[in-house]
Design a protein around this ligand. Structure first.
Ligand code: FES
Length: 204
C-alpha cells in the first residue's frame, strides 16, 4: 500500500527550511493531478507577477544562496512530489524502470532541444537520459516545474510521451522532462542538486 505520510523536509546549515504546507505530495495519480491542477491555476496569475516580485526583492544574493534538503526515504517507485525552491515548483519523480527505458530509447537527433539543461553539467552537455537524471541516481528526475514556453506548471504523467503535459498551449514533455511536442522551446531545467545521503537530496 502506498505511503500516505508527508515527506519530511529538513533544514541544513545554510539551507532554507520549507514549510510542509508548501509541499505537495502525490500518493496516487489522482492526487498528483489534483495538486498539479491547483498549481496550474495559481501559476496562471503567478506568471504575470513574478517579474514584479523579482524587482521588489531587496536581497537577491540571499535568495541565490537558498537551498532545500528533501528526505526522499518514504517515496516509492512511481511516486512524485512537488516542492518549492526559490519560489518555483520543483518536480521530484521516482521513475519506474519503464519510464527510464522509454526515455533512453529516444534518439538524440529526434529531440527538439538537444541540450541537457542541467545546471550540474557543462552547458553543452547533450540531452541524454543519463544527463537529465540525478547523478548516480538514475531513477530520480528532479526538475523545475515551469513550462519553458510561457511559464505555466505542467501536469505530471500526462501527454503523448507519458511525462508532463502543459495544458496552457499544449506542450508535451517526455519521461526525462525533454520537450517533444508543442510550442515550448526547451527541456525543463534541472536545478543544482546533490544527494547528501542515501535518500536525501539538496536542491540549490
Ligand atoms: Fe506551457 Fe505555453 S506555457 S505550452
Amino acid at each position: 500500500m502506498a505511503d500516505t505520510t508527508a515527506h519530511p523536509i529538513t533544514a541544513s546549515p545554510g539551507a532554507k527550511r520549507i514549510d510542509p504546507h508548501e509541499v505537495g505530495t502525490d500518493i496516487s495519480r489522482r492526487d498528483f493531478l489534483l495538486i498539479a491542477t491547483g498549481a496550474f491555476v495559481a501559476v496562471g496569475a503567478a506568471a504575470a507577477i513574478w517579474p514584479f516580485l523579482d524587482q521588489m526583492n531587496p536581497d537577491a544574493s540571499a535568495l541565490a544562496l537558498a537551498s532545500v534538503d528533501i528526505d526522499l526515504s518514504g517515496m516509492e517507485e512511481g511516486q512524485s512530489i512537488t516542492v518549492m525552491w526559490r519560489g518555483k515548483p520543483v518536480f521530484i519523480r521516482y521513475r519506474t524502470e519503464a519510464e527510464i527505458q522509454a526515455a533512453r530509447e529516444v534518439p538524440l537527433d529526434g529531440l527538439r532541444d538537444a541540450l541537457a539543461r542541467n545546471a550540474n553539467l557543462d552547458p553543452n552537455a547533450p540531452a541524454t537520459d543519463e544527463n537529465r537524471a540525478a547523478p548516480g541516481n538514475e531513477a530520480w528526475l528532479i526538475q523545475v516545474g515551469v513550462c519553458t514556453h510561457l511559464g505555466c506548471v505542467p501536469l505530471g504523467q500526462q501527454g503523448n510521451f507519458g511525462g508532463w503535459f502543459c495544458p496552457c498551449h499544449g506542450s508535451h514533455y517526455d519521461t526525462a522532462g525533454r520537450i517533444r511536442l508543442g510550442p515550448a522551446p526547451q527541456n525543463l531545467p534541472i536545478p543544482p542538486l546533490a544527494f547528501i545521503g542515501e535518500s536525501e537530496v539538496r536542491i540549490g
